[in-house]
Design a protein around this ligand. Structure first.
Ligand code: FAD
Length: 493
């Protein structure tokens, strides 16, 4: 059977690992696609500054579904990278751990072929006879001759390009994406005044790099709310007692097949009561001063850890939770509750919080909120705040507003996804990303219906897999997707 994996980051390598672990593996012929730089490492775990840390303790994040500590063991057994504090290792180290599997497999097996190019087009062919199988063609370089035929395709292309909320892309001094952070200052003069738009996780990454390497300080980090993510507390094991499939099934049966948002929230409140989480106090704990907010989190690792662990467990189960809601309730959830979920999940390591406090206190970083508009005038960026008379001026702007989630916002930076949407192979999900079957990750095409052998995993599925694209959740989806591939293979041998 001919298999393609398009995109060799976390999801792609994870799929390959699952494929390799099966006794029928040698019966597959596998092509994997990515550019030479990202092949095996992906974007979040690419080579970058060692200050950028993974957001889970090293012992809790791995590509092995049955061994969360596999990455840490790999780290301990190699000599290339060594760090004094390995509790949260740099992200690029995780990238090398992933890549080590790709390299090992590539050397060991002749049924894996690395194609060091990005896919540019994909199209389908299906004969007219009854039960005719769909064949998938993946192409590179926009050349028909460069198209290869497959029975099974994994679409693991990662995050979409960054938002450009103020339409500044292409202007001099505008850095459209903060990664790799060590390239952000390539064309920046020592005297330039720098602002970073966004105060989320990628903003933290770039702040830490720029503050250490740019002489003209302070730099400004600004956004509408000016709030940083929370700080990781002491995580615990959680067993959900109220948000369970059984309880959801009961509600679905009495509510025409959906779980009303209020019912879900009531169950969530009960979970909080079970774990003695002071929900109201925690969600309203921020006072709007970044130093006070970070210090509060650092001082309350126990209760925050329990809250974050609960949210993390809910995210792991988000596929059936999220897809039990009606579309209207999903929209209501996004407005009312998603900001709370976002602010309290994917927390930063305590070490990052301490560093940030230090940089703000010594005046290297200024955090601003209430950003209303950014314009480019006379070769300068003008930042407007409604409660500030005069605007602020900068020469360089680093965009850390996060990746796009909606297909309608994509442009040439995501040409492959635009292409397959244009060919009606994929279609937009109203909540973001593309339509897939939640249980199986099979793509739902507007032209061909459900495509059983086109499997999408990762950020591109964010409408269905809301908040469910961390490493461990991607691995879980890969395990199940590969089981389905082998079930099909066995039936057709
Ligand atoms: C900055 C950042 C930090 C993160 N840190 C963590 C963390 O610490 N822990 C955690 O659990 N999660 C983290 N995440 C979440 C993260 O999204 C996932 O963990 C994971 O890396 C995503 O895997 P992926 O395979 O979907 O994407 P990626 O790992 O980025 O892989 C996608 C790959 O597809 C390739 N590609 C794109 N288009 C094409 C094409 N047309 N043809 C061929 N190849 C293509 C890209 O080059 C890339 O290599 C982080 C995310 C970001 C953005």
């Amino acid at each position: 059977m001919r298999v393609a994996i398009i995109g060799m980051g976390t999801a792609g390598v994870s799929i390959l690992r699952q494929l390799e672990s099966h006794s029928y593996f040698k019966e597959l012929d596998i092509d994997v696609y990515d550019d030479p730089q990202n092949m095996g490492q992906g974007v979040p775990f690419q080579n970058d500054s060692s200050q950028l840390l993974i957001n889970l303790p090293s012992k809790d994040m791995s590509l092995n579904f049955n061994d969360a500590a596999e990455f840490f063991k790999w780290y301990e057994n190699q000599n290339q990278f060594k760090f004094d504090n390995a509790t949260y290792l740099p992200r690029f180290v995780f990238g090398h751990y992933m890549k080590s599997y790709l390299e090992k497999f590539d050397q060991e097996y002749d049924n894996i072929h690395l194609i060091t190019e990005k896919a540019t087009e994909m199209y389908l062919e299906q004969g007219f006879e009854k039960d005719a199988k769909i064949q998938y063609f993946v192409c590179t370089n926009h050349q028909q001759e460069a198209c290869r035929q497959y029975d099974y395709v994994f679409l693991t292309v990662g995050t979409m390009a960054y938002h450009d909320p103020y339409h500044l892309k292409g202007l001099k001094g505008y850095i459209k994406s903060p990664y790799p952070t060590y390239e952000t200052l390539n064309d920046v003069k020592d005297t330039d005044n720098i602002a970073i738009i966004g105060t989320g996780l990628s903003s933290l990454d770039v702040i830490r790099y720029v503050v250490k390497h740019h002489p003209n300080l302070p730099i400004t980090a600004t956004s509408r709310h000016g709030e940083f993510p929370s700080v990781r507390g002491n995580m615990i094991d959680i067993t959900l007692k109220h948000i369970t499939k059984e309880n959801f099934d009961k509600i679905l049966r009495s509510h025409f097949g959906v779980v009303p948002l209020e019912s879900m929230i009531r169950l969530f409140e009960k979970e909080c009561e079970t774990y003695d989480i002071p929900l109201e106090a925690l969600i309203h704990r921020k006072v709007g001063d970044p130093i006070k907010d970070l210090k509060y989190d650092l001082a309350h690792p126990e209760i925050l850890g329990v809250f974050q662990s609960l949210l993390e467990t809910i995210k792991e189960n988000m596929n059936w939770i999220w897809n039990s809601l009606s579309l209207q309730d999903q929209e209501a959830f996004m407005k009312k509750y998603m900001p709370i979920l976002k602010a309290n999940s994917n927390p930063m390591p305590p070490r990052t919080a301490r560093l940030l406090i230090e940089e703000i206190e010594i005046g290297h970083v200024v955090v601003k909120k209430g950003l209303e508009d950014v314009r480019y005038e006379n070769e300068e960026y003008v930042f407007e705040y409604p409660d500030q008379g005069e605007p602020d001026y900068y020469n360089v702007v680093i965009n850390a507003t996060g990746p796009k989630t909606q297909l309608k916002d994509l442009d040439d930076d995501d040409a492959f996804i635009v292409d397959i949407a244009n060919r009606q192979i994929v279609q937009a999900h109203p909540m973001g990303g593309i339509q897939i079957v939640p249980e199986t990750n099979q793509v739902i095409s507007p032209r061909h219906g459900t495509l059983p052998h086109l499997i999408a995993i990762g950020q591109i599925t964010n409408g269905i897999n809301q908040a469910r694209n961390g490493v461990n959740m991607i691995v879980r989806q890969s395990v199940q997707a590969v089981e389905s591939l082998y079930a099909f293979h066995q039936e057709n041998r």
